[in-house]
Design a protein around this ligand. Structure first.
Ligand code: KG4
Ligand code: ZN
Length: 378
């Protein structure tokens, strides 16, 4: 399909892109406009979190998620277009997450996007969910006096991934390290479940931690002080379980105390591993910004800790607003817009990829877990 079907070259006109996100438990449809200068504006960002559907199971149930996406996606697309007062004919492309993620859900967004592309003769963009997160800080910083530009060091922390990446340009992502076991979001969710804090675990644990005494429990800091940029969180989660099970009195105060101990241990580990990456990045690049993205980046204490860490290494710090940290359609539309502007489009024969590392070369060289799978959070 020729994306230059309109008379004006892609670079010389504003682009309006529909973005669909269905890779886990958020169903999302958003419209993003990229102006001639490359500044992005989110026209509308419709996100439906399937919290009620999954809460009683304590985690995401893939079949229920896929069915819910089917029931929601058309309505969310219609609402997005209505809110922006646009029709399909006003769009310059449709982008969808095609992986990594729960395959049933990914298929729903991907097939919807392909159908729209086919019916309305517009480009289809197959977007890696991690690329959406990786570029989201750029979208969030477009209105600033100092927009974020390549290259930057990215800490991507979500339910399925924990990685440090050097983001060197569109499609150019170089992995410096990743988790060797659990993703941090997964550790948040599992620890919250152990403490009986409910689902979704990350925000629940953050809320509980506010009333906690950080001095009561000493939790481990896996890999802290070791060279390299990899992470490990399964030992931290197990330590939460052990501490909880050993308690004579398991009350709300104990929950809060363990929650804050977990949050601080996670913050120490992130700062330590990011510190090694900041040194490596600084040695290679003149521009110095640390960016954090993905659902766990919504956590206020971790944001604070990482901004202090960045400052200690002479780096600027940037994080999208919390609503753009967790899964959303705007980041997929924005990534799609950058690809359209770069002259890219994908065929309608693209397949869903449940596993799809952002840095394929690193995934082949270091096939560690957490390298591309996004699965149930509990
Ligand atoms: O990026 P995301 O929405 O979905 C994935 O791509 O996985 O991230 C979801 C993860 C979940 O593990 C959730 O518990 C965590 O992000 N999360 C948080 C917070 N908000 C969401 N973790 C810690 N603190 C938060 N405030
Ligand atoms: Zn995500």
């Amino acid at each position: 399909m020729d994306i230059r079907r309109k008379d004006t070259p892609v670079q010389a006109r504003p682009l309006t892109i529909l973005g669909l996100e269905t890779s886990c438990d958020e169903t999302a449809a958003a419209l993003v406009r990229l102006d001639r200068e490359g500044r992005a504006q989110i026209l509308t960002d419709q996100v439906y979190s399937q919290i009620d559907e999954h809460a009683r199971f304590g985690g995401v149930v893939p079949e229920i998620a896929a069915r819910a996406h089917v029931g929601l996606i058309d309505r969310l697309i219609a609402r997005a277009l209505q809110q922006a007062d646009l029709g399909f004919g006003d769009l310059d492309g449709v982008a969808a997450t095609t992986g990594p993620g729960l395959v049933g859900g990914v298929m729903v967004g991907m097939m919807s996007a392909k159908a729209i592309a086919l019916a309305h003769d517009m480009p289809f963009l197959s977007i890696n969910h991690l690329e959406g997160h990786a570029l989201s800080p750029m979208m969030a910083r477009q209105d600033d006096a100092s927009p974020l530009d390549f290259p930057y060091l990215l800490l991507l922390v979500s339910g399925g991934h924990t990685q440090l990446l050097s983001v060197e340009g569109l499609g150019r992502y170089h992995r410096l390290g990743s988790t060797i076991d659990d993703a941090l979001g997964e550790a948040f969710d599992k620890s919250a479940k152990i403490l009986g804090l409910g689902y979704p675990g990350g925000p629940a644990l953050e809320r509980a931690a506010r009333a906690g005494d950080a001095g009561r429990f000493a939790l481990p800091r896996p890999l802290k002080g070791r060279p390299g940029c990899d992470f490990s969180f399964s030992g931290l989660k197990s330590a939460v379980r052990r501490s909880w099970e050993e308690l004579a009195v398991r009350d709300d105060q104990a929950r809060a105390d363990l929650a804050v101990a977990f949050e601080q241990a996670a913050g120490d580990v992130l700062a330590d591993r990011a510190g090694n990456a900041l040194s490596a990045f600084a040695a290679q690049h003149g521009r110095r910004t640390l960016v954090v993205a993905g659902g766990v980046a919504a956590n206020a204490q971790l944001r604070k800790r990482l901004s202090q860490c960045a400052a200690a290494y002479g780096f600027a710090f940037s994080a999208p607003p919390p609503a753009l940290c967790t899964d959303n359609g705007a980041m997929i539309a924005f990534a799609g817009a950058l690809h359209v502007r770069a002259g890219h489009s994908d065929g309608l024969d693209v397949q869903a990829r449940p596993r799809w590392p952002l840095d394929e070369a690193a995934a082949i060289a270091h096939p560690v877990s957490g390298s591309g799978k996004k699965g149930p959070k509990a």
